[in-house]
Design a protein around this ligand. Structure first.
Ligand code: MN
Length: 320
């Protein structure tokens, strides 16, 4: 997925310490993605740029795309991050400049590491299931790995943890309660998909050194006593050893966390950098058709980069 804003605000990220437990509901905003998809952008939001190394969260659907093209995101570049594709319904066809061509289906991990440079496109296949529902997330690469070799991984077997009274947790990326995803990570973090059956009342063990946030995918649940509807992010802070979870209906959540990301970052369009010059160079290279490589097979032109804002971009911390 791409940030398709024509004039994206400069979202800058980076360091300070742990907060202790909090329950801070942070509203997302509805953002158009291409011509036919509306997404709920939960991170960055008005209060926060990052949760651990997670620096971007879009939740979309469930949408009935029976008579529509569905997701159509033309080739675009990334730098300094990993993208995570996670579906509850539908299919997304991923193409990238390494030559990857992969259909990602529900409950499979599509994990792309941009390192210094990659380009990709994402589309609903021409013949696709009726419903499309999922999330697209970005993880910032720490400085020592930001020039890692670009890679695409597709994992269909992910560890599942079951807990008291109807909790089922799939570890998408990183580690949760001793279970680790096979996806490559570059900093201590977790991304998990939680399914709770009606009446679930349980506690999920979590890492006190991680900060966490949760979002509701479907149904009605309470996270540490907070009822959360789709469209908002619940920031939970750090310092917890367990997280109380209750469900009033069958419901779905995502839990994201990690060690607070201490580096200050510049996040603009589809790039995570350390300075204005990093970003300006990446933009110039994409516009010149160098560095990021070519995506083959997508029916349409690559996305042009937006104009840089008039003032230099500054590296910023993880909170606003
Ligand atoms: Mn993308």
């Amino acid at each position: 997925m791409s940030n398709l804003d024509l004039r994206p605000a400069p979202n800058r990220c980076g360091g300070n310490g742990r907060t202790g437990p909090v329950r801070d509901v942070q509203p997302g905003k509805q953002v158009p993605l291409g011509e036919s998809t509306l997404v709920r952008r939960l991170l960055p939001n008005l209060g926060r740029r990052m949760v651990g190394a997670w620096c971007f969260i879009d939740h979309y659907g469930p949408d009935d795309i029976t008579d529509e093209p569905g997701m159509q995101v033309p080739p675009h570049p990334h730098m300094g991050l990993q993208t995570v594709s996670w579906l509850h319904a539908g299919e997304v066809l991923h193409r990238d400049s390494l030559g990857s061509l992969q259909t990602v289906r529900p409950r499979e991990l599509g994990l792309m590491t941009s390192g210094r440079a990659i380009a990709h496109s994402e589309e609903s296949p021409r013949s696709h299931p009726a419903m499309l529902h999922g999330a697209q997330l970005w993880v910032a690469l720490p400085g020592e790995h930001r020039n890692a070799a670009p890679a695409f991984e597709h994992h269909t077997e992910l560890p599942v943890i079951t807990g008291g009274g109807g909790l089922c947790a799939t570890v998408i990326l990183g580690e949760l309660a001793g279970a680790a995803s096979p996806g490559t990570t570059y900093s201590p973090l977790v991304g998990a998909d939680l399914t709770l059956t009606d009446g679930t009342d349980t506690r999920l063990p979590v890492d006190p050194d991680f900060e966490y946030a949760a979002l509701t995918i479907s149904g009605e649940s309470e996270i540490d006593g907070v009822r959360l509807a789709p469209g908002s992010l619940l920031y939970l802070g750090s310092g917890r050893t367990e997280l109380p979870l209750r469900a009033r209906t069958d419901s779905g959540l995502m839990l994201l966390g990690g060690e607070p990301f201490e580096e200050r970052l510049v996040m603009w369009w589809n790039f995570v950098g350390r300075s204005h010059d990093d970003i300006a160079q990446a933009r110039e290279d994409w516009t010149a058709g160098t560095r990021f490589g070519e995506v083959h097979g997508y029916d349409g032109a690559p996305l042009p980069a937006p104009e840089l804002p008039p003032l230099p971009l500054k590296p910023r911390g993880r909170e606003r």
